[in-house]
Ligand binder design. Structure first.
Ligand code: ATP
Length: 265
């Protein structure tokens, strides 16, 4: 769609909703008509996906529904075939991933990518040293260690951490960039029940205490029920349903396409 003002710098375009109402709707992320084709396959099909500031949203759907593709379009890892992405009222469709991070967007990928030979503290220092120096850097590092819940393991080598602790470390590192929105792709895949609880606590704490909005892709409906304010169900590249966990769980059509196991999700 091209509801944005012609001739403006893309980085300062407003969403059509804002232009229509003149009111900041508190929408932090909005996609409009977002479409991604891979050859003949339409992985994301005309999706308008909105997230409010401070919200904790889960994105669910059967395998192949387009969840990761949607996240990758938001982070800039993929370019859309059509449509736009707006973040905090600015169009970011043409920005590369690093520019998007500077706008306050952060992502933690499914596979932990911590440096295994470095300690927890050294890992945490990496993203922060590019942003801050001196006492501010020290404060941010202490903050990131606390956000990860690993302050007591600051001098432990990352390779000695459990898989769950490595995920905690990555979430703490992502949070240390002070994002307004953090995107997590299956953060508890392969984790034990206790590790899942720890990650759920991290996410809900960061959301409540730092007002970081989250979009979390997850298959585990117990985990989704534990953390989500609001759920979006994707199916065959389209937004199929949105609602609370109660609404989604009670929806027979969602049961049919997803929760009931029509696919192998
Ligand atoms: N780089 C690519 N090239 C071609 N097809 C792709 C590519 N990435 C994704 N797809 C296809 O797009 C569709 C959506 O994939 P996507 O990974 O976004 O789904 P998903 O909902 O995240 O699935 P899962 O839950 O299994 O991770 C699938 O049919 C997938 O095979």
């Amino acid at each position: 769609m091209s509801d944005t003002a012609d001739g403006m710098d893309p980085a300062v375009k407003q969403t059509s909703a804002e232009l229509a109402t003149g009111v900041d709707t508190d929408t932090i992320l909005q996609t409009e008509g977002l479409t991604k084709r891979f050859g003949g396959l339409t992985a994301i099909d005309d999706v308008d996906f909105g997230v409010e500031a401070g919200e904790l949203r889960c994105l669910i759907g059967p395998n192949g529904a387009g969840k990761s593709t949607l996240l990758n379009l938001v982070t800039g890892a993929l370019s859309p075939s059509e449509g736009e992405v707006y973040f905090e009222g600015h169009e970011i469709t043409g920005l590369d991933p690093h520019e998007r991070i500077r706008h306050g967007l952060s992502i933690k990928f499914q596979v932990p990518s911590v440096y295994e030979d470095l300690t927890v503290r050294e890992n945490v220092r990496l993203p922060i040293q590019r942003l801050a120096a001196g006492s501010e850097r020290d404060e941010r590092m202490a903050d990131a260690l606390s956000a990860s819940g690993l302050s007591a393991k600051a001098d432990v080598t990352a390779s000695a951490l459990s898989h769950g602790e490595q995920q905690q470390l990555e979430i703490g590192m992502a949070a240390s960039l002070d994002p307004d929105l953090l995107l997590l792709d299956e953060p508890v895949a392969g984790l034990s029940v206790d590790e899942r609880t720890e990650i759920a606590d991290r996410i809900t704490q960061l959301n409540a205490e730092r007002d970081i909005a989250f979009v979390v892709i997850e298959h585990d409906t117990d985990f989704v029920a534990e953390i989500a304010d609001h759920i979006t169900v994707l199916h065959q590249g389209e937004t199929f349903r949105e609602g609370s966990i109660e609404e989604i769980e009670a929806d027979p059509e969602v049961q049919r396409i997803y929760l009931g196991g029509e696919t192998d999700a």
